[in-house]
Every structure is written in C-alpha cells, then in structure tokens.
Design a protein around this ligand. Structure first.
Ligand SMILES: [Zn+2]
Length: 287
C-alpha cells in the first residue's frame, strides 16, 4: 500500500507523462548535433540558428519565442555567444531550464572578452556532451539509461576523432602551422592542437575590421610567409579573397567554424565538421 501510494505520488509529481517526449531547444546547429546524439528519438529537438547561419548576429524568427515557451530545456553555449538570447527568453515567458553547455570548460580570454568557440577542441566537445547528457537524464529520468548508452557510443566516436586530429596535425611541419581565417573562431583548436590562426575579425563577427587591421594582417602574412588563408562557411568571403590577392597566399578552402552545413554540404554533423577542417588544413599545409 505504501509502495502504491508512493508510486502514485511520483506519477503526479513527474512533470512528464511517460509517453511524452522531452522538448529541447538548442541555440545553434553544433549544439543541436550534440543533443541529438545524446537524446536520439526520445526527445523533440528544435534548433534556433540552423545550418550555415551565423549565431553571433542572429535575429530571432517569429516562432522562436513559442518554441522556447514549450521547451523543458534550453541548451545554449554561453560565454557571450548568444547575445540575442536573454531578450528572447524573457519575451517568451518560458519556464524552461537553461543549460549552459560550456559551463565545465576552462574559458580562453582575448583581452577582457571570453572566447566562446570552445567546441573547436574535441576534448571540450566531450565536456559539452557529458553535461548535456546529465541535464537530459535529470529532466527525463525514464530515459536516463537510454541517454547514457547513446552518450557512451558518441563519446567513443569523439575519442577516435580527437586522435585523428592529433595525428593529422603532427604531420604538418611546425613552421607551416599558421593560417589566416575570417574571424577568431579557432583559439581552442590552437590551444589543443597547435595550429596558429590569425584573423582580421575578433571573436565575434558583429564588427567590421578597420583598414588598419587589414593592413596589419597583410603585413604579417608577408613577413611570416603564412602559406594559406581560409574562408568560413558562415561569413562573407570578400575580405579573405582580397587579402589572398594582395599577399599571394593561397585560398586553402573553407573552414567550418560556428555552424554546420546542410545535409548536402560537407559538414552536416560535428564529426564531419572537424574531419572537413583537418582535411582542408592538411591539404593546404602538409608539404
Ligand atoms: Zn564565431
């Protein structure tokens, strides 16, 4: 009897009906891919900033407030990436739990600004995924075991990926481990894997570089004989093409920085993204 009563109480207290799937919103495509790998088909997942879009300067769509209002969990990167989010959260009147996926990461600073691109290190991606898994399991205990199993499978894939990056980067001669990218999105990649990135734009794409910034980069490319410049899938490529033309550095291809591509593109998942980037870097630098 006591057991029955307890079960009944638990049923009433449980915010989810057993048959109902957990509603989760992820702020942008890379986080959404992590969440999908943990939650699989046991969750309803909505992504706010979709493929090939710039999360730094997003303008919320009309339906976003409603999506957030219906969510149990809203998963964000944090570290200042989603400057547009606090207002959207407030206007939605959402009671969702906010999960900051980068909370367990040691942040890099550029001056007084935190660098938000922590996912560009695979060990950091591991931390993101583990924290997302814990949040999902706490919100939907009935699914916790399935989430744990799916997470383990995915973390094993990330470990393999991390080894691939290290092996690929080790093949690039040390003096060639320098490239130009559009904005400063690869600080964590540099810290983890030792390829130096120099960018005319800072850690956000919100501001335009000054003529002086561009001139400084051009001087640096010539002085240090930087072999390659890279485009980004989320940014306008005119600036980088101009820098390439003025310096003679070759355009090494496109790096995927802050957003996955669509299904038909080269990087519909995080793992595809990292593999695409190491291939672009090694084919431009590895000789
Ligand atoms: Zn960025």
């Amino acid at each position: 009897m006591r057991f029955l009563l307890l079960s009944a109480l638990l049923l009433i207290a449980s915010p989810l009906h057993a048959a109902e799937r957990l509603n989760v919103v992820a702020s942008f495509s890379i986080l959404a891919d992590f969440v999908r790998n943990v939650g699989g088909d046991r969750i309803n997942l909505t992504t706010l900033v979709g493929a090939d879009s710039d999360v730094h300067v997003y303008t919320p769509a009309p339906g976003d407030a409603k999506r957030i209002a219906e969510a149990r969990l809203v998963i964000v990167n944090g570290l200042g990436l989603e400057g547009w989010l606090p207002r959207l959260l407030q206007s939605s009147g959402s009671k969702a739990q906010l999960v900051t996926a980068s909370a367990g990461v040691a942040p890099l600073k550029l001056g007084s600004t935190a660098d938000p691109h922590a996912w560009q290190s695979v060990p950091n991606a591991r931390i993101y995924v583990t924290d997302i898994a814990n949040a999902l399991a706490a919100a939907s205990p009935d699914d916790a075991e399935a989430f744990r199993a799916q997470t383990k499978t995915y973390l094993d894939k990330l470990d393999t990926l991390d080894r691939e990056v290290r092996e690929a980067m080790a093949k690039i001669p040390p003096e060639r481990r320098r490239v130009i990218s559009t904005h400063d999105a690869f600080g964590y990649f540099t810290a983890e894997y030792g390829i130096r990135f120099i960018a005319p734009l800072g850690v956000s794409t919100e501001t335009e570089p000054s003529a002086r910034d561009v001139a400084a980069i051009i001087g640096q490319i010539k002085a240090q004989k930087i072999p390659a410049v890279f485009l980004e899938n989320i940014s306008d490529d005119r600036l980088i093409r101009r820098i390439a033309a003025e310096t003679g550095a070759k355009v090494g291809g496109t790096l995927i920085s802050d957003g996955l591509t669509g299904e038909k593109g080269p990087a519909p998942t995080y793992i595809d993204m990292v593999r695409h980037n190491i291939k672009a870097l090694t084919s431009a630098l590895d000789h």
